[in-house]
Design a protein around this ligand. Structure first.
Ligand code: GLN
Length: 290
C-alpha cells in the first residue's frame, strides 16, 4: 500500500517538523530523523535552519508544506539527504551534488590528506590528475589546499564532469582541465601525481537494496566479482603515465588494501604504502614509480 502523507495545506513549522520526524523514524532509513527533517524543511522553505527554529510557531505556506512532504517521502524511501539538499560538505567545502555523481564520503578525506602530504614531501613536478573524479571533491580539495599544483580531472562520465565543472567554479572560482576518459585512455601527457577514488565494490555488494535505494550511479561503485577490476587497470595505466618519482594514490575498501598494494607492485610500483583512517581501517594505498 502507498504510504499516505498529510495533504498539502498551511501548517505550523513545528507541526511539519514533528510529523516528518515521525515518518522518518518509522521508515528506519536514517539515524538522524530530526536533523534530516530540519534540514529538508529549511531547504523547502528557502530559510536557514536557525530561522526555522526561530519561526516554529509560525505557519508555513501550503506550497512549502507540499514540497517538504515530497522531500520527506523521498527520504523515507531511501534517497540520501545530500541529493535532496543538492549539497554535501567535504574537506571543509560545500559541494553541489545530484544523481549524476556519487555523494562524497567523509572516508575519502583520507585520500585528499595523503595526496597533499605526498605532494608537499616533494614530487618531480606540479601536475596532478584526479581520476574517477565524480563530483570533483578530491581534485578540487587538493587544488584548494595546494594553489601551486596544476590539477586536472578525468571521468568516464560526461555527466559527472558537468557536475565537477560546477564545483570547480563554485569552490575555486575557475575551471580545471577535464578529460572525458575511461581511466587514462584519452588523457594526454604525463603526471607527477595521480589520485583516484575508483569503483571498488563487488558486483554482489551492488545488489544490496539499501545501496540501490540510494540511487547513486552504479558505474561509480561497481568493479567486478572481487571489486578490483578497475584498480588493476588503473595500476597498469597509471604506471605508464606517471613521471619518474611520481606517485599513484588510491582509495579502496577496508579489506582490499593488501591486495591493492600487491596489484601496484605487480604493475611496477615500489615503496607501496597503506594508510589507515581514524578508525584504523586500511583505506588508501600509494605506490611510487622509481
Ligand atoms: N565507500 C563507498 C561505499 O561504500 C564506495 C566508493 C567506491 O566504490 N569508490 O558506498
Amino acid at each position: 500500500m502507498e504510504p499516505s502523507y498529510p495533504p498539502a495545506e498551511k501548517e505550523q513549522f513545528s507541526i511539519l517538523l514533528h510529523k516528518a520526524r515521525l515518518i522518518l523514524s518509522e521508515s528506519g532509513i536514517t539515524g538522524t530523523p530530526y536533523l534530516d527533517s530540519l534540514l529538508l524543511l529549511a531547504h523547502a522553505a528557502g530559510m536557514t535552519r536557525e530561522k526555522i527554529l526561530a519561526s516554529l510557531p509560525e505557519t508555513a505556506p501550503a506550497d512549502t508544506a507540499e514540497s517538504f512532504y515530497n522531500l520527506i517521502s523521498l527520504r523515507a524511501e531511501g534517497r540520501p539527504a545530500a541529493y535532496l539538499l543538492k549539497q554535501k560538505e567535504f574537506y571543509g567545502h560545500n559541494f553541489y551534488v545530484d544523481e549524476r555523481v556519487l555523494i562524497p564520503r567523509p572516508d575519502t578525506e583520507l585520500l585528499v590528506e595523503t595526496a597533499v602530504n605526498i605532494y608537499r614531501s616533494g614530487l618531480p613536478g606540479r601536475s596532478v590528475l584526479d581520476l574517477c573524479s565524480g563530483s570533483g571533491c578530491v581534485g578540487i580539495s587538493v587544488q584548494a589546499e595546494l594553489p601551486d599544483a596544476d590539477v586536472s580531472l578525468g571521468d568516464i562520465s560526461k555527466e559527472a564532469l558537468a557536475v565537477s565543472t560546477i564545483n570547480a567554479q563554485k569552490i575555486l572560482g575557475k575551471t580545471l582541465p577535464s578529460y572525458n576518459s575511461d581511466l587514462l585512455e584519452a588523457v594526454p601527457g604525463t603526471f607527477s601525481l595521480i589520485t583516484a577514488n575508483p569503483p571498488y565494490l563487488t558486483d554482489k555488494d551492488c545488489t544490496d537494496p539499501l545501496l540501490v535505494g540510494r540511487n547513486e550511479p552504479l558505474g561509480a561503485l561497481k568493479a567486478g566479482p572481487d571489486g578490483l577490476m578497475v584498480i588493476r587497470r588503473l595500476a597498469q595505466q597509471g604506471f605508464a603515465k606517471l613521471e619518474k618519482k611520481g606517485y599513484l594514490i588510491l582509495e579502496c575498501g577496508s579489506t582490499q588494501a593488501g591486495t591493492a598494494a600487491e596489484i601496484l607492485m605487480n604493475a611496477g610500483f615500489s615503496e607501496t604504502r597503506i594508510f589507515r583512517d581514524l578508525a584504523g581501517r586500511e583505506r588508501v594505498v600509494s605506490g611510487k614509480k622509481n
